[in-house]
Design a binder for this molecule. Sequence first.
Ligand code: NAP
Length: 260
Amino acid sequence: MTMTTMEILEEKSIQKPLAGKVAVVTGGSRGIGAAIAKALAEQGAQVVINYQSNMECADAVVEEIEKNGGSSYAIQANIADSQDVNRLIEDVKNRYGKIDILVNNAGITRDRTFRKLSESEWNEVINVNLNSVFTTTSAVIEHMLEQKSGRIINISSIIGQAGGFGQTNYAASKAGMIGFTKSLALETAKSGITVNAICPGFIETEMVAAMPDAVKDSIVSKIPMKRLGQTDEVAEAVLYLTKANYITGQTINVNGGLYM
Ligand code: NAP
């Protein structure tokens, strides 16, 4: 018996491990977030790509996912603004009826040595990187508890573990994500929800490209693998956590051996 094209497509999508799952990736328009969004879509998830201002990049990610047979849409929301976050999550629930995977990826740096750091640079980084994790998680948690399943994956940083010169604000936000991850993991462990953090080392994105060459060379020389990481390598860890049932409250380091 020969199969129709539709039957072949349906069978292919059923075989994909994340078929039927809905994922939200904050800051999915560029860098690590875009790689995570594409990887989740390749595994069959319907992926919502959040962005702050770069609509063209977000649309390009959606287009690429759809060209490869996946399902996705982009939505603008400033994750530092709780009203925006609530609008984002409501929109996803209205469209897809559920949320299975939340990837808190969006993040910024405002590097400055502590004595020069202004209160607004401190607050901006804490609001975008850490307070947003409270807001997005608050918006999805009741729903995940009701459906008795969920994956919350927080993209922290090696800087939250080891510190970084001129990065007190960023390090505090990223260390805060790790503490948040462990505590929420304890509270939700019996409810089918896992909460984990990923700590990338130095990954080849615009954030790292903005560093002076001398700083980059000095970083690479200290990495045991002697190279920067790739965005796909962080996305691999996210995929792993979406499938892992018995891993919660953990911090997965994707850093080429730089911090052990
Ligand atoms: P990136 O290339 O600068 O991209 C940042 C993303 O976050 C963009 O999609 C941006 O949206 C979005 N974003 C920024 N502020 C936002 C806001 N207020 N609301 C909604 N979206 C916002 O960053 P990246 O290097 O891929 O980093 C992604 C995450 O990994 C960050 O949390 C970062 O701290 C962490 N990380 C990165 C590295 C690294 O080496 N790159 C290492 C460790 C950890 P627009 O496109 O609209 O601006």
